[in-house]
Design a protein around this ligand. Sequence first.
Ligand code: SF4
Ligand code: ZN
Length: 410
Amino acid sequence: MFENIPVNVGAAYEGERIRSANMFVELAGPKSIGAELVRVKEDVEDGRIKVIGPDLDEMKQGERHPFGIKIEIAGKDLEEDLEGVIERKIHELCNYVQGFMHLNQRDQIWCRVSVEAKEAGFRLKHLGEVLIALFKEEFNIIDKISVTLITDEEKVKEFVEEARKVYEKRDARVRELSEEDVDVFYGCVMCQSFAPTHVCIVTPDRPALCGAMNWFDCRAAHKIDPEGPIFEVEKGEVIDEIRGEYSGANDAVLEKSQGTIEKVYLHSVFEYPHTSCGCFEAIAFYIPELDGIGIVHRNYKGETPLGIPFSTMAGQCSGGKQVEGFCGLSIEYMRSPKFLRADGGYERIVWMPKEIKEMVFDFIPEELRDKIPTEEEAVTIEEIKEFLKEKGHPIVKRWKEEKEVTKEKK
Ligand code: SF4
Ligand code: ZN
């Protein structure tokens, strides 16, 4: 299928990592900008590949470039609902290319091309060819497909803006719906290739932690590929409404984690939090000294109040483990009315980076907005404690109550 591609292509290369030592260039990523987007169109020019901006042979080793992947598809059974699911596949399919690495999703993508691939003659147009062939193979409802790869900085900027509008529209739709309105949730095991016990449970109130799949996306995915990695989860009995514990979700998690994970609380970081694979957009972490919860996201490079950066924390709680006090989540989940509600929701949140605060600002209860510090106000436990006291964060009342309880016990 890929005689014209100068590198190998296949599932075998999926786990390949490209470290800086053998990296030719980095595309998008935390130090640049980028996005990926799939749009369903009435008609597209089948097989068309366009590279806007410099291709690999016009780049120099060690450089970093903005990067956009835009895929347009047409087909009589395709609907807009499917865009999110098909888009989520870009990650896996790009990684089939030997010497090309793709991490994350949406406007968080981070790609690398290896020196070997570049030297073998691999160019971005080849990536386009591979994607066209693999997408058609993967989804037979795609009749026509075109791929645009963008490296021109201005054009990537415009594209990221366009993509964010589409993501926002997809996310907003599901905000109208809640767990009480449906009988079926969805599960996803797409990440089991590297996190074997990880099972995502997606409800109208809890989008997947990768941020790329909401309840509607999963419904559409299951419809087109009932045997695929996304499956229906009967909600079953409500065991604990506040924690978000459902018999159906427990059964599904137990079965799909090969008996490893017995139950899951969808809206808590305590006892049985949702498992975390590795592609979460953010992590909620318990801070024992403050009895509060902090949030940190992938783009935040500094230290967290736990004294470690995001990357270290991610290493400790990923891989499909259920680690009490830690939970991978999507930024969109922070806009959910059930956001960690068993733990107190925003009243329990005592720290988050400024960038996240800006993203979810409208969803933080008004009276709490200036009471949650960011790295600009405080980072160490002591600094945060002072800030919370000064601003009268509701957690302070919680500390007092706890003290009284301990006194009474004595
Ligand atoms: Fe599926 Fe969850 Fe992985 Fe997203 S994070 S691809 S929903 S398993
Ligand atoms: Zn994942």
